[in-house]
Design a protein around this ligand. Structure first.
Ligand code: MNH
Length: 459
């Protein structure tokens, strides 16, 4: 016997859409999980969405033999820009396999290691800026980390310089992308009739898409006009063939995947660095310990690839940051056939969207204990991370559709954050600041401002 999945009261035609906060849906999902428990379902404009948040249920749906990724909701809207690119392809679309097989090797640990000096080039632009601005400047870390992450992915994987540090405001592309992602999220929760009459919003959406496609075309055209020796991501897309099908990538597919990497490759990493700064400033003892380890290993010299293995506390802080603030806060999966969840308790039909609430998963007391809400990197140290139950920590998603950029993000954040902590004394502009969130498809802190005072002898 199955029991019905709990559902908040629903309004005819509109369903549960009013249960979702417009600006930060994550808040609503978290509140609903507190109210209704580890599983509940919503009716969003006629679509059933099942939300799961306990370790037990997430572990159950993290199973490639019974469930597979489903691109729906806001992510489905992102297809308006990137079509069946690597991130947004449905599992049955052949372009996923082609792009996956071709591009995986470009982002393996070894390939990423080879990008170290290009990453440093970009990271140094941030360090120089903060040094020149000096101790009194008010810094928006989210903006500068976004510059770093966006420039790094473009430079390391496409040998293209976006030069985001040379514009006063966020670069045009960043703004267009932010607006596009925000609008894509909103569209998923908007009745079609309403969408149709929103002329200004629709025109802006189309203009943003056009602007971003223009950049992709420009990057490809630049490469064709100035070929280089390097076997980077762009070179692979232009010149390699899928070993399995023998197919190359079409022009459209190249453009869509190029944009996929620019999008997927920067918002999550920059959000992670911003959250990390927030957690460190709110936990001075942790910051002190991290600084001590960095000083001991690096002294006055620049961090090298080989140093990362000697900075276990940095790694623990990064893991703990992504536990409490997974910057891609949800992912969707779906049963391959009609099935049940919770050991036969709840029936779920084939094709139903199941949304995994990573923020709740990462706070399940069954895994993390009673202090699950506390930022405590020690829980990730000394083999404890490796001893976690399977799928308990999954900020990078799951299985074949897990993050392809994990090694890239890890190296980038290690490099940037080790350097920042080594060279600057950070402080909050407003010491009473408490965390607020801005959500597009990803989440990042909102309204966080810091000072970065150069440390004597270190810069
Ligand atoms: Mn990334 C997929 C999180 C950095 C490129 N990424 C995913 C997924 C999560 C995720 C979660 C799975 C989404 C889903 O199931 O729908 N990614 C992150 C986080 C960071 C990150 C938390 C940084 C921190 N990602 C990066 C970087 C790149 C990148 C950097 C590019 C270099 N990610 C991708 C791509 C996919 C993906 C591409 C889609 C892979 C696939 O479906 O085959």
């Amino acid at each position: 016997m199955t029991t019905p999945i709990p559902q908040p009261p629903s309004i005819p035609f509109i369903g549960n859409i009013t249960s979702l906060e417009k600006d930060v849906p994550l808040y609503s999902f978290r509140l609903l999980a507190k109210t209704y428990g580890e599983i509940f379902q919503l009716n969003i404009l006629g679509r059933t969405v099942v939300s799961v948040s306990s370790y037990a249920l997430v572990n159950e749906v993290s199973d490639d033999t019974r469930f597979q990724k489903r691109v729906s909701g806001g992510l489905h809207q992102v297809r308006n820009l990137v079509g069946d690119g690597l991130f947004t392809a449905q599992p049955e679309e052949p372009n996923w396999g082609i792009a996956h097989r071709l591009l995986m090797p470009a982002f393996g640990t070894l390939a990423v290691k080879g990008m170290m000096e290009e990453m440093r080039d970009i990271s140094n632009q941030l360090l120089l800026k903060w040094q020149r601005f000096g101790a009194e400047a008010i810094i928006d870390p989210s903006e500068d980390f976004t510059r770093v992450a966006l420039d790094a992915i473009a430079y390391c994987s496409m040998s293209y310089r976006l030069n985001s540090f040379y514009t006063e405001h966020q670069p045009e592309f960043t703004i267009a992308m932010g607006d596009f992602l925000g609008e894509s999220g909103a569209r998923a929760n908007r009745p079609r009739v309403l969408q149709a009459v929103m002329r200004a919003a629709n025109a802006k959406y189309e203009a943003d898409i056009k602007m971003m496609r223009g950049l992709a075309d420009e990057i490809v055209a630049t490469r064709k006009a100035h070929p280089i020796e390097k076997k980077d991501l762009l070179d692979i897309m232009l010149n390699s063939r899928d070993p399995k099908t023998g197919q190359g990538m079409s022009e459209e597919s190249i453009s869509e995947n190029l944009l996929t990497f620019l999008i997927a490759g920067h918002e999550t990493s920059s959000g992670m660095m911003t959250f990390m700064v927030y957690f460190l400033l709110k936990n001075p003892e942790t910051l002190r310990k991290l600084r001590a380890q960095i000083d001991e290993v690096l002294g006055e010299r620049e961090v090298q690839y080989e140093d990362f293995a000697k900075l276990p506390y940095l790694i623990a802080v990064m893991r703990e940051t992504l536990r409490l603030a997974a910057t891609a806060p949800m992912r969707s999966t779906t049963p391959i056939a009609d099935t049940t969840l919770g050991g036969g308790k709840y029936a779920v039909k084939k094709g139903t969207a199941i949304v995994i609430q990573t923020w709740e998963l990462h706070r399940d007391p069954a895994v993390w204990g009673d202090d699950a809400d506390e930022f405590r990197p020690e829980r990730m140290l000394d083999g404890k991370f490796e001893a976690l139950p399977p799928n308990a920590w999954q900020p990078f998603g799951f299985g074949a559709r897990g993050c392809i950029g994990r090694a890239f993000a890890w190296q980038e954040v290690s490099l940037v954050m080790a350097s920042v902590i080594q060279k600057f004394d950070l402080s909050l502009v407003d010491p009473s600041y408490t965390l607020q969130i801005k959500q597009t498809l990803t989440v990042k802190p909102k309204g966080l401002y810091i000072h970065a005072a150069p440390r004597a002898g270190k810069v």
